[in-house]
Design a binder for this molecule. Structure first.
Ligand code: BTN
Length: 265
């Protein structure tokens, strides 16, 4: 096995138009790219979102994917969604006007005032040569956000930010390098979890999570050591691995001392 790649060393490639930067990054992995590569598209023609949804990527918005090869043992690779979420939240602080704080909505949407500004799509694939390829795809609404979605969406421009897609990627890549180093290939998920929690939306509030048609409602206590959501429901504490979080209208904040903020990774 080659010595592990320094996860913070990255190259950036901008493409005028691409089907999906995630698909292109995975193609590069199959063609033997060693990883540490950002693929950014000025436009995506087949941008993909979570759970098979379409992701709207017009010219001017940021669509970018980071390819990593063997970033961590396979069972720890899903933590990358939280690593990237923290990096994205910190980059948003650099890009948004003061007084417009961005928050992370579990599992890894970035929202401002409840409206979605950015989404993450993490994909992994075992390559024929035995290596694990992980692709972290980031869609950031810069110039425009789509209409007619079942949730509110916003853009950097609508929020008063003036950054370009290049600057946004530069900030995201810088924070990602820092957090990949801190994460230590999964050895320090505790630090990531703590930072993620500090940026979390709806912590201590009553929320509903939809996993397919199954709805679970309860107080959002935080994420556990594997990134699953912890909910205090009417019938006890439950952990949820995947789903869509809906912030309910009757959200009631709970006392800070009951929130799960710290803990072992
Ligand atoms: C979501 O919130 O549903 C995730 C959206 C992820 C979109 C990004 S844009 C760059 C990368 N390429 C894709 O096809 N999808 C991700």
């Amino acid at each position: 096995m080659p010595s592990p790649l320094d996860l913070s060393a990255t190259r950036v490639e901008w493409l005028a138009s691409i089907d999906s930067t995630n698909d292109e990054a995975m193609r590069r992995a199959r063609a033997g790219d060693p990883g540490g590569l950002w693929i950014a598209g000025w436009e995506q023609t087949k941008g993909r979102g979570r759970q098979g949804r379409v992701w709207y990527s017009p010219h001017g918005n940021l669509a970018a994917s980071l390819l990593l090869i063997d970033p961590a043992p396979t069972n720890l690779a899903p933590q990358l969604g939280f690593v990237a979420g923290v990096a994205l939240a910190e980059a948003a602080r650099d890009l948004l006007p003061v007084g417009k704080p961005a928050q992370l909505k579990w599992p890894n949407d970035l929202v401002v005032g409840g409206a979605k500004l950015s989404g993450l799509l993490l994909e992994a694939s075992q390559l024929p040569n035995g290596h694990l390829a992980c692709v972290i795809g980031i869609g950031l609404n810069i110039e425009a956000s789509p209409d007619g979605l079942p949730y509110a969406a916003t853009s950097l421009r609508a929020l008063g930010g003036d950054a370009s897609a290049e600057l946004a990627l530069e900030r995201i890549a810088a924070h990602m390098s820092v957090w990949l180093s801190l994460w230590q290939r999964g050895d320090d998920f505790a630090s990531v979890r703590k930072a993620w929690t500090a940026h979390a939306a709806a912590l201590g509030q009553r929320v509903s999570v939809f996993a397919g048609r199954v709805q679970t409602t309860g107080i959002f206590l935080g994420i556990d050591a594997t990134g699953q959501m912890i909910l205090e429901t009417d019938v006890g504490r439950e952990t949820i691995a995947a789903g869509d979080l809906l912030l309910t209208a009757d959200s009631v904040p709970m006392p800070a001392e009951d929130q799960v903020i710290d803990g072992n990774g």
